[in-house]
Design a protein around this ligand. Sequence first.
Ligand code: SAH
Length: 475
Amino acid sequence: MLLTISTTHFPADDLSYLLHKHPGKIQSVDLSAGKAHIFYPEVSDEKCTAALLLDIDPVGLVRSAGPKGNDFALEQYVNDRPYVSSSFMSAAIAKAYSSALNGRCKDKPELVDVAMPFTVKLSVLPVKGGELVLRALFEPLGYQVNAVQHTLDPTFPEWGYSRYFTVELSNKLTLQQLLSHLYVLIPVCDNDKHYWVNQEEVEKLLEKGKDWLETHPAKEMVVRRYLKNQRLLTNQALGGLLSKDEIKEAVENEITIEGMTDIEEPQLRIHELRLHAAKEELLLAGAKRVADLGCGEGKLIKLLLAEKQFEFVLGMDVSYRSLEIAKERLKLERMPERQLQRVRLIQGSLTYRDKRLEGFDGAALVEVIEHLDEPRLAALERSVFEFAKPGVVVITTPNAEYNVRFADHQEGKMRHSDHRFEWTRKEFESWGTDLAVKYSYNVIFKPVGEVDAEVGALSQMAVFSRRDEIAEQLV
Ligand code: SAH
């Protein structure tokens, strides 16, 4: 794993003074589980690049107090740690670039406060939550983010994407700011088990984040992930960083469904994650004509229209008012004719058979089913799975088990006053499995949002694929 930092500040080799590393030499530092090498692939007055190459010893990693996963028996031997930027990269930054990270420069102290144009490249960065999370972390700090997501296996593109990205970040700022952002945010992206989670880490986080984390819109996620979901530590850190009102405000900004303020969903734009997850599934299924059932204000439609693969997008909702907002949001009235032909909004109810819903390759029902009285669900099931019969159906709904994690949780209280029910993972899976059997679909279930070991993720998703459709693809 490789981290390069380049600047075009003049003279560019000022970077070597700031880093306290001679541009003509290769230098190495020891880390707890390997080595970090520092060298300069490029040095001139116009451009200077410093490279930090990590050489992690996978055996040493196991012998030292490495992250002991319990997900599967060989996890401590078979994992991505030696090949990605993770908390080890932060440890390497802290060790190799310690003076720069602490804002010291012996020979040219005046450079410490100079904002310079920097471009950083991380060869392999695992990002839990994908590009959305990556952008949400770096863009508020002024970075231009360029990310290339890697497939799981180039030989089998149908397996889809991995969580690994090659990332390029550009910004004009001081080197100390740059390094403190990387120090904190690399492990936040990765969100895997870290070596560190103790009191000292809270202090390190507060220290490294003191000038920027307070005003970062995703600070809650940053703190939570950095401290790896340790509630006590997280509360301590947040206590030191922001007031209760500020936490509340940060959380409220993340809620995007209109009127959905009954409860705080303490996660970075969880709703956007759901919408993206639904879109990804429809893309993956190769769907061309898709329907957003219970489309509300058209957020998913907007995302779908941005994808060329979707030739036609139908939005349907029972609420006329929501459709009016969707029309406005999608700027239908000003849309060029060709685009306009790709989209249609209709009012209707999912509890009635509707011919207009037939002939679609894919359909999504994002946070819709829980708005129906349970006895009415059977009618929705028939209208979607028996009559409309799209090739793939993506359904998301809250995971009721997660509710205990909300700060203002009360026994039996649902997330939204209009929710008629909220299901546990078991309830949803049992409903979905029966449904799939009854209407000849296959189904898989996935969490949406970060997974809590005990209670699962905030939201849950079922992806149904019509069996005859799968059979056709196999031929
Ligand atoms: N899918 C949207 C909206 C979710 S809110 C989003 O994710 O942003 C639930 C939506 O379901 C509301 O817009 C509501 O009007 C709609 N809805 C509820 N019952 C419905 C029914 N029987 N038929 C169609 N839409 C319905």
